[in-house]
Design a protein around this ligand. Structure first.
Ligand code: PLP
Length: 379
């Protein structure tokens, strides 16, 4: 089987699974305990925070470990909204955010916040000007994802952040960096980003662990009340095995970024080229998208049927993002890009990993051609 669903989740590094097992078995002390076992765990936690901060180019005290990016996104958006009600109650985001951002903003709208959902262009992109024009005196937060998880569209988050710092320095800027980290360069230090979410399992780390970067000096309202772990933001005993393994994955993701991106761009190019030769197929990903995601549609063809046929041929792909693939409605992301309902209902996402080779892409293209032919006969 060849796994082409890296945007849904990634196969963990061997070192990651080993680390989880080892730390879980040996360092089970609660990092808040005062005895030696507790201290050992606390040391591991400190070290993991240092390693993670170094991978992001930020300071250790700016890292809050969470239970994944859904939690980080909720923490950032609701934490800002609840903390800064006196500044204003207006939030800006885009139509193609991950549900953990989109639904958080919608939830706040039902609780009395005003929201601007920026429309995207046919490639799924927003512009700096759109964000600037949407700003109001009562805007407290702008949240824009770095890379879209369905199409691979790259948003100009660095430019948006720098614009915000220049014209509206009190407006906070949150970036969901889940699909961008380890693939695209982004310097948190000079891109005006105040809050940045990551998830370990998209970076070959374990599931159920992530982080939120909170720029020094910024305070958010904590969503979880309790023992005050993680700087008071995330009460609850820290998941040391996952956090230590996450830090390793982050370091590897950062260190190998350029080589990985170069390889993935090459593979993506080959895939895009092959797909362009297939009749009736519409490519939904922009030409200048992230290196690991290609999304296309066969209007009129049941994407799920194609997915299962490809599975029988030995390829795991996805119909769209994993969190919405079980829903039968057309993709919200593709509809926002102006695609027809037909196109938005018949999408397939191929997402690449560093272990893939050109022959894997060629094999996928060949299988795809066969499967489509069979489905066309059945239509
Ligand atoms: N943001 C984006 C862009 C994602 O792709 C995902 C994963 O599906 C998430 C957030 C949520 O991450 P997690 O699975 O860690 O909650």
């Amino acid at each position: 089987m060849i796994y082409f669903d890296h945007a849904a989740t990634t196969p963990p590094y061997e070192d990651v699974t080993k680390t989880v097992a080892e730390v879980m078995a040996r360092h089970y002390g609660n990092p808040s305990s005062l005895h030696r076992l507790g201290e050992e765990s606390a040391k591991l936690l400190d070290k993991a925070r240092e390693v993670s901060a170094a991978a992001l180019g930020v300071q250790s005290r700016e890292i809050v470990f969470t239970g994944g990016a859904t939690e980080s996104n909720n923490m950032a958006i609701k934490g800002v909204a609840l903390q800064f009600t006196e500044r204003g109650k207006h939030l800006i985001t885009t139509a193609t955010e991950h549900p953990s951002v989109f639904e958080s903003v919608k939830q706040l709208a039902t609780w009395g916040w005003e929201t601007t959902i920026l429309p995207v262009d046919e490639d799924g992109g927003v512009t700096v000007e759109q964000v600037r024009e949407a700003l109001r005196p009562d805007t407290v937060l702008v949240s824009v994802m770095h890379v879209n998880n369905e199409t691979g569209t790259v948003q100009p988050v660095g430019e948006i952040g720098r614009m915000l710092k220049a014209v509206a320095p009190r407006v906070l800027f949150h970036v969901d960096g889940v699909q961008g980290f380890g693939k695209l360069p982004l310097s948190l230090a000079d891109s005006g980003i105040d809050l940045y979410s990551l998830s370990a399992h998209k970076l070959r780390g374990p599931k159920g662990v992530g982080l939120l970067y909170v720029r020094e000096g910024l305070r958010l309202a904590p969503l979880l009340a309790g023992g005050g772990q993680e700087g008071g933001y995330r009460s609850g005993t820290e998941n040391i095995p996952y956090i230590v393994a996450f830090a390793k994955a982050l370091r590897l993701a950062k260190e190998g970024r350029e080589t990985r991106a170069a390889k993935l761009y090459g593979l993506r190019e080959r895939l895009m080229h092959g797909l362009a030769e297939l009749p009736e197929l519409t490519i939904n990903s922009p030409a200048q998208g992230a290196p690991h995601i290609v999304h296309f549609s066969y209007p009129g063809m049941k994407a799920e049927a194609l997915l299962h046929m490809l599975e029988e041929e030995g390829f795991f792909v996805s119909t769209r993002s994993a969190c919405s693939s079980k829903r039968s409605e057309p993709s919200r992301i593709l509809l926002a890009m102006g695609k027809s309902k037909e196109v938005a209902s018949s999408g397939i996402r191929i997402s690449l990993g560093e272990e893939h080779e050109e022959r894997d892409i060629d094999a996928l293209l060949a299988a795809l051609k066969q499967c489509v032919k069979r489905l066309q006969v059945l239509r």
